[in-house]
Design a protein around this ligand. Sequence first.
Ligand code: BG6
Ligand code: MG
Length: 226
Amino acid sequence: MIEGFIFDLDGVIVDTAKYHFLAWKRLANELGIPFTREDNERLKGVSRMRSLDIILKLGGHQISENEKEVLAKRKNIWYVDAISKITPAEILPGALPFIEQARERGIKIALGSASKNAITILDRLAIDTLFDVIISGNEVTQAKPDPEVFLKVAEALGLPPKTCVVFEDALAGIEAAHNGGMKCIGIGNKEILGNADFVVEGLNAISVDEVLALDYNKINTNKNLD
Ligand code: BG6
Ligand code: MG
């Protein structure tokens, strides 16, 4: 029985994935490293420092830990500047009604984000009260695909992992959910998020009842669903 829904933040509830991309792109340009939207898929869901490592590897750059700290800080300043201006208009279509519908059904609601800026974003959009539990990048040591963030959420909710469904837009996040023994709905492009149990374009494209009615055992052995 499904008792908890765990939402990733960036790219699932709010359209901040584009700001992460733009800030990393700006840094990559400065470093003379070619960086495409396709490359960016590998950064989604992973921590700030892991993201930087991926970009540096793309450019074949090897730098000291101190220099990495400086670059990561620079990227974060640009990113924080962008999110300081976000408005509720950037909440993704269907996200709020979906969460509210789930709450009404008695499902526990949580946030499981890799971002150390998650609380700033929730405050800015005044949506922190939607969640029973919030675990952000400040509370974890292991980046997705490690399941730490989702397992901490499940523990705080008091739910066994197998009763939780995670909503994720990132390959690393989907892997993290599965590594934690949870179900996972991919939010985005089916071609990219093939490792999810089920993929929808957005939370406006599925209802709470549909999520609850999915036969996850069947999906796991047959992912070619349309
Ligand atoms: C995730 C994003 O939610 O948070 C990643 O998908 C990002 O792109 C990660 O790198 C860490 O975010 P922050 O805000 O701590 O740099
Ligand atoms: Mg995300």
